[in-house]
Design a protein around this ligand. Sequence first.
Ligand code: MG
Length: 253
Amino acid sequence: MILIKSKKDIDYIRESCKIVAETLQLVKAHAKVGISTAELDKIAEDYILSNNAYPAFKGYSQGGSPAFPATICASVDNEVVHGIPSERMLKDGEILSIDIGVVKNKYYGDAAITTAIGKISIDKQKLMDVTEKSLYLGIEAVKPGARLHDISYAIQEYVESNGYSIVRDLCGHGVGKHLHEDPQIPNYGKKNSGPLLKDGMTLAIEPMVNLGKYNVKVAADDWTVVTKDNTPSAHFEHTIAIINGKAEILTVS
Ligand code: MG
Protein backbone atom coordinates (compact mmCIF):
# COMPACT_ATOMS: atom_id res chain seq x y z
CA MET A 1 0.00 0.00 0.00
CA ILE A 2 1.37 3.40 -0.99
CA LEU A 3 1.15 5.81 1.95
CA ILE A 4 -0.22 9.25 1.10
CA LYS A 5 1.31 11.99 3.23
CA SER A 6 -0.33 15.14 4.51
CA LYS A 7 1.25 18.57 4.11
CA LYS A 8 2.43 18.31 7.69
CA ASP A 9 4.03 14.90 7.04
CA ILE A 10 5.81 16.33 4.00
CA ASP A 11 7.11 19.25 6.03
CA TYR A 12 8.72 16.80 8.45
CA ILE A 13 10.13 14.70 5.60
CA ARG A 14 11.50 17.87 3.99
CA GLU A 15 13.33 18.67 7.24
CA SER A 16 15.03 15.26 7.29
CA CYS A 17 15.79 15.53 3.58
CA LYS A 18 17.49 18.91 4.02
CA ILE A 19 19.88 17.33 6.53
CA VAL A 20 20.55 14.50 4.05
CA ALA A 21 21.43 17.02 1.32
CA GLU A 22 23.66 19.07 3.61
CA THR A 23 25.46 15.95 4.83
CA LEU A 24 26.06 14.78 1.25
CA GLN A 25 27.60 18.12 0.34
CA LEU A 26 29.79 18.04 3.44
CA VAL A 27 31.01 14.50 2.69
CA LYS A 28 31.57 15.39 -0.96
CA ALA A 29 33.73 18.35 0.07
CA HIS A 30 35.94 16.01 2.15
CA ALA A 31 36.05 13.16 -0.38
CA LYS A 32 39.59 13.61 -1.64
CA VAL A 33 42.63 11.43 -2.36
CA GLY A 34 44.02 9.99 0.89
CA ILE A 35 40.94 10.16 3.12
CA SER A 36 39.35 6.89 4.20
CA THR A 37 35.66 6.16 3.81
CA ALA A 38 35.55 5.51 7.59
CA GLU A 39 36.68 9.11 8.13
CA LEU A 40 33.94 10.31 5.78
CA ASP A 41 31.46 8.22 7.74
CA LYS A 42 32.47 9.93 10.99
CA ILE A 43 32.09 13.39 9.41
CA ALA A 44 28.58 12.45 8.23
CA GLU A 45 27.50 10.95 11.53
CA ASP A 46 28.74 13.93 13.58
CA TYR A 47 26.87 16.35 11.33
CA ILE A 48 23.62 14.38 11.41
CA LEU A 49 23.71 14.00 15.20
CA SER A 50 24.46 17.73 15.61
CA ASN A 51 21.12 18.36 13.86
CA ASN A 52 19.24 16.25 16.41
CA ALA A 53 18.74 13.64 13.74
CA TYR A 54 19.89 10.02 13.37
CA PRO A 55 21.54 8.07 10.60
CA ALA A 56 18.81 5.85 9.16
CA PHE A 57 21.06 3.16 7.71
CA LYS A 58 23.03 2.42 10.87
CA GLY A 59 21.73 -0.82 12.36
CA TYR A 60 19.37 -1.34 9.40
CA SER A 61 18.81 -4.94 8.43
CA GLN A 62 16.86 -6.47 5.57
CA GLY A 63 15.94 -10.03 4.76
CA GLY A 64 18.19 -11.66 7.34
CA SER A 65 21.24 -9.58 6.46
CA PRO A 66 23.54 -8.43 9.27
CA ALA A 67 22.79 -4.92 10.61
CA PHE A 68 24.45 -2.24 8.46
CA PRO A 69 27.31 -0.97 10.64
CA ALA A 70 27.70 2.63 9.43
CA THR A 71 26.04 5.98 8.71
CA ILE A 72 26.88 6.25 5.02
CA CYS A 73 27.08 3.74 2.23
CA ALA A 74 30.40 4.36 0.48
CA SER A 75 30.72 2.46 -2.79
CA VAL A 76 33.89 2.79 -4.87
CA ASP A 77 34.20 2.11 -8.62
CA ASN A 78 32.79 -1.39 -9.31
CA GLU A 79 30.82 -1.27 -6.04
CA VAL A 80 27.26 -0.33 -6.98
CA VAL A 81 25.64 0.43 -3.60
CA HIS A 82 25.74 -0.55 0.10
CA GLY A 83 29.52 -0.34 0.43
CA ILE A 84 30.64 -0.43 4.07
CA PRO A 85 32.99 2.41 5.10
CA SER A 86 36.50 1.18 5.97
CA GLU A 87 40.07 2.32 6.61
CA ARG A 88 40.80 1.95 2.91
CA MET A 89 41.93 5.30 1.54
CA LEU A 90 40.47 6.86 -1.58
CA LYS A 91 42.76 6.95 -4.61
CA ASP A 92 43.17 9.28 -7.55
CA GLY A 93 40.87 8.32 -10.43
CA GLU A 94 38.22 6.52 -8.38
CA ILE A 95 34.53 7.38 -8.26
CA LEU A 96 32.74 7.25 -4.92
CA SER A 97 29.01 6.80 -4.50
CA ILE A 98 27.73 8.17 -1.19
CA ASP A 99 24.25 7.21 0.00
CA ILE A 100 22.78 8.77 3.15
CA GLY A 101 19.53 8.26 5.03
CA VAL A 102 18.38 10.41 7.93
CA VAL A 103 15.52 10.08 10.39
CA LYS A 104 14.27 13.00 12.47
CA ASN A 105 10.92 13.28 14.27
CA LYS A 106 10.27 9.72 12.96
CA TYR A 107 10.37 10.92 9.34
CA TYR A 108 12.92 9.71 6.80
CA GLY A 109 14.89 11.22 3.92
CA ASP A 110 17.22 9.39 1.52
CA ALA A 111 19.58 10.55 -1.23
CA ALA A 112 22.81 9.65 -2.98
CA ILE A 113 25.46 11.18 -5.21
CA THR A 114 28.53 9.91 -7.01
CA THR A 115 31.64 12.06 -6.92
CA ALA A 116 35.08 12.02 -8.56
CA ILE A 117 38.23 11.46 -6.51
CA GLY A 118 41.06 13.45 -8.08
CA LYS A 119 41.24 13.23 -11.85
CA ILE A 120 38.96 10.58 -13.35
CA SER A 121 38.72 9.10 -16.84
CA ILE A 122 36.35 10.50 -19.45
CA ASP A 123 34.47 7.17 -19.33
CA LYS A 124 33.78 7.50 -15.62
CA GLN A 125 32.81 11.16 -15.97
CA LYS A 126 30.30 10.33 -18.69
CA LEU A 127 28.90 7.44 -16.63
CA MET A 128 28.31 9.84 -13.73
CA ASP A 129 26.77 12.51 -15.97
CA VAL A 130 24.39 10.07 -17.65
CA THR A 131 23.33 8.59 -14.31
CA GLU A 132 22.61 12.00 -12.79
CA LYS A 133 20.73 13.18 -15.88
CA SER A 134 18.64 9.99 -15.88
CA LEU A 135 17.56 10.76 -12.31
CA TYR A 136 16.33 14.21 -13.34
CA LEU A 137 14.54 12.78 -16.39
CA GLY A 138 12.83 10.27 -14.08
CA ILE A 139 11.77 13.10 -11.78
CA GLU A 140 10.46 15.12 -14.74
CA ALA A 141 8.26 12.17 -15.73
CA VAL A 142 6.12 12.94 -12.67
CA LYS A 143 3.15 14.81 -14.14
CA PRO A 144 -0.59 14.91 -13.55
CA GLY A 145 -2.00 11.63 -14.91
CA ALA A 146 1.41 9.91 -15.09
CA ARG A 147 1.99 6.38 -13.81
CA LEU A 148 4.85 5.03 -11.73
CA HIS A 149 6.62 3.24 -14.55
CA ASP A 150 6.74 6.43 -16.61
CA ILE A 151 9.57 7.29 -14.20
CA SER A 152 11.18 3.89 -14.80
CA TYR A 153 10.84 4.19 -18.57
CA ALA A 154 12.37 7.68 -18.70
CA ILE A 155 15.42 6.48 -16.76
CA GLN A 156 15.93 3.28 -18.75
CA GLU A 157 15.44 4.97 -22.11
CA TYR A 158 18.12 7.60 -21.45
CA VAL A 159 20.64 5.23 -19.84
CA GLU A 160 20.41 2.57 -22.53
CA SER A 161 20.43 5.08 -25.40
CA ASN A 162 23.82 6.15 -24.02
CA GLY A 163 25.10 2.57 -24.12
CA TYR A 164 25.05 1.87 -20.38
CA SER A 165 23.07 -0.64 -18.31
CA ILE A 166 20.53 0.02 -15.62
CA VAL A 167 20.80 -2.27 -12.59
CA ARG A 168 17.68 -4.45 -12.34
CA ASP A 169 18.13 -6.22 -9.01
CA LEU A 170 17.74 -3.01 -6.99
CA CYS A 171 15.20 -0.22 -7.23
CA GLY A 172 13.89 2.99 -5.74
CA HIS A 173 11.12 3.03 -3.15
CA GLY A 174 8.55 4.97 -1.23
CA VAL A 175 10.06 6.77 1.76
CA GLY A 176 8.89 9.03 4.56
CA LYS A 177 7.30 7.29 7.51
CA HIS A 178 9.68 4.38 6.97
CA LEU A 179 13.03 4.12 5.21
CA HIS A 180 11.56 1.73 2.67
CA GLU A 181 7.87 1.86 1.81
CA ASP A 182 5.75 0.81 -1.14
CA PRO A 183 5.97 1.20 -4.04
CA GLN A 184 9.12 -0.36 -5.41
CA ILE A 185 10.35 1.89 -8.23
CA PRO A 186 12.23 -0.12 -10.83
CA ASN A 187 14.61 1.85 -13.03
CA TYR A 188 13.34 0.06 -16.13
CA GLY A 189 9.81 -0.51 -17.35
CA LYS A 190 6.95 0.23 -19.71
CA LYS A 191 5.41 3.64 -20.21
CA ASN A 192 1.88 4.21 -18.93
CA SER A 193 1.96 1.27 -16.51
CA GLY A 194 2.08 0.85 -12.75
CA PRO A 195 0.09 2.76 -10.13
CA LEU A 196 -1.22 6.23 -10.93
CA LEU A 197 1.00 8.88 -9.33
CA LYS A 198 -0.87 10.95 -6.76
CA ASP A 199 -0.36 14.02 -4.62
CA GLY A 200 1.10 13.15 -1.23
CA MET A 201 3.31 10.31 -2.47
CA THR A 202 6.92 10.62 -1.31
CA LEU A 203 9.38 8.62 -3.38
CA ALA A 204 13.11 7.90 -3.42
CA ILE A 205 14.13 7.63 -7.08
CA GLU A 206 17.58 6.13 -7.51
CA PRO A 207 19.07 4.95 -10.79
CA MET A 208 22.14 2.71 -10.46
CA VAL A 209 24.00 2.59 -13.76
CA ASN A 210 26.80 0.27 -14.86
CA LEU A 211 29.39 0.97 -17.53
CA GLY A 212 29.22 -2.71 -18.56
CA LYS A 213 26.43 -5.24 -18.13
CA TYR A 214 23.59 -4.80 -15.63
CA ASN A 215 24.33 -7.96 -13.64
CA VAL A 216 25.34 -7.50 -10.00
CA LYS A 217 26.17 -9.72 -7.03
CA VAL A 218 26.53 -9.29 -3.27
CA ALA A 219 30.09 -9.43 -1.91
CA ALA A 220 31.27 -11.64 0.97
CA ASP A 221 30.47 -8.92 3.57
CA ASP A 222 26.75 -9.58 2.85
CA TRP A 223 26.15 -5.92 1.99
CA THR A 224 28.30 -4.50 -0.78
CA VAL A 225 26.67 -4.89 -4.19
CA VAL A 226 29.27 -5.11 -6.98
CA THR A 227 29.09 -5.39 -10.76
CA LYS A 228 29.63 -8.95 -11.98
CA ASP A 229 31.86 -7.82 -14.85
CA ASN A 230 33.86 -5.52 -12.53
CA THR A 231 33.04 -2.36 -14.52
CA PRO A 232 32.40 0.91 -12.65
CA SER A 233 28.93 1.92 -11.50
CA ALA A 234 27.32 5.23 -10.54
CA HIS A 235 24.32 6.07 -8.34
CA PHE A 236 22.26 9.23 -7.86
CA GLU A 237 19.14 9.52 -5.71
CA HIS A 238 16.65 12.14 -4.57
CA THR A 239 13.62 11.98 -2.32
CA ILE A 240 10.70 13.77 -3.96
CA ALA A 241 7.15 14.66 -2.94
CA ILE A 242 4.29 14.89 -5.41
CA ILE A 243 2.52 18.21 -4.87
CA ASN A 244 -0.09 19.57 -7.30
CA GLY A 245 0.81 16.81 -9.75
CA LYS A 246 4.48 17.70 -9.89
CA ALA A 247 7.63 16.49 -8.18
CA GLU A 248 9.22 18.70 -5.58
CA ILE A 249 12.79 17.55 -4.85
CA LEU A 250 13.08 17.42 -1.05
CA THR A 251 16.73 16.42 -0.73
CA VAL A 252 18.09 19.89 -1.46
CA SER A 253 19.88 22.21 0.94
MG1 MG B 1 17.10 4.66 -1.28
